[in-house]
Design a protein around this ligand. Structure first.
Ligand code: SF4
Length: 299
């Protein structure tokens, strides 16, 4: 599924130890960063539909830091109803009004969730927020947003939390995504062997049922319907261009650069002038250009 990952802001209210900031620099230096507006997003959504984008993933920084996040979701939904909208968030800033207004419009919410214990959650994210985030997951579900996944970055600091995270996802009736740390911005020292996560899953009865590509393996317990687990290895770590290209996804930064590669800005394509002119066709052409596999060259 062809996806455009849109960063609504560089700002974030968490300080995750593993954060790679997607090549955008340290969180502390981001205060001057622009934010995308609903007006800009309308052009981008129209252009995305024309360039055969099937999925838009709203992310950040923390997307809910952007005060226009709700209007942005509604704008995409109205402008490009064929496009699936996903949201990747730490969820702690969720307001009930957001869940009410976006119910039925967001396909999936991925929640940054690094530990099943309050103490480790705070250590990993810098925020004492586990209780609030659990309450906010309940709010999503109350308003019909059932498709929730916990995004758990498997590091040497929280690898021992895996069993607790599996139990938590089962209790909450949500999916779990186990993500390998990427070698970006010196966070590679936090890497933990994702093979051990796979071994534990198999030990406790999960079995592989689907593998859409070499970096994405999906597990479930056949006897229990709910709760699927995905194990995502980082193709950048092995410079697996074939997997990278097959995973048709590009990024848009809040300062309106399309980025074919998470690791470098050298192939970025600027669309700010076209968005200002509300030139949908030109933005669509540049989106198509950014999906060109030849721009995938590991730095
Ligand atoms: S081209 Fe960039 S995103 Fe793709 S695997 Fe290489 S480093 Fe990663």
């Amino acid at each position: 599924m062809r996806g455009l990952r849109i960063s609504l802001t560089d700002l974030c209210n968490y300080r995750c130890l593993f954060c790679h900031n997607e090549g955008l620099g340290k969180a502390e230096s981001k205060n001057r960063s622009p934010k995308l507006t609903a007006e800009m997003i309308e052009i981008i959504a129209l252009a995305s539909e024309k360039s055969n984008v099937q999925k838009i993933i709203l992310t950040g920084g923390e997307p809910l830091v952007n005060k226009e996040a709700k209007d942005i979701v509604l704008t995409i939904h109205d402008a490009a109803p064929s496009i699936q909208i996903n949201l990747t968030t730490n969820l702690i800033l969720l307001k009930e009004s957001f869940a009410v207004a976006t119910s039925g419009k967001i396909h999936k919410v991925n929640v940054n969730f690094q530990s099943s214990t309050a103490e480790k959650f705070e250590r990993m994210t810098g925020v004492n927020g586990i209780k609030q985030v659990k309450e906010n997951i309940a709010i999503l579900k109350r308003h019909g947003l059932e498709n929730v996944s916990l995004n758990y970055v498997y590091t040497r600091l929280n690898a021992e939390e895996l069993r607790g995270m599996i139990e938590l996802s089962e209790q909450q009736g949500v999916d779990l995504k186990i993500l390998e740390v990427m070698d970006i911005n010196n966070v590679s020292t936090l890497r933990s062997d994702i093979g051990k996560a796979k071994a534990l899953l198999e030990d406790i009865g999960y079995s592989e049922y689907f593998s859409p590509n070499v970096s994405d393996t999906r597990f479930q317990v056949p006897s229990r319907g709910a709760g699927k687990i995905r194990l995502i290895s980082a193709y950048c770590n092995t410079r697996n261009i074939a997997a990278c290209t097959a995973h048709e996804e590009i990024r848009l930064s809040p300062d309106l650069y399309l980025r074919p590669c998470i690791q470098t800005t050298s192939n970025s394509i600027y669309i700010g002038d076209d968005v200002d002119r509300r030139d949908v066709l030109s933005v669509a052409q540049k989106i198509l250009q950014a999906f060109d596999p030849s721009l995938k060259i590991c730095p």
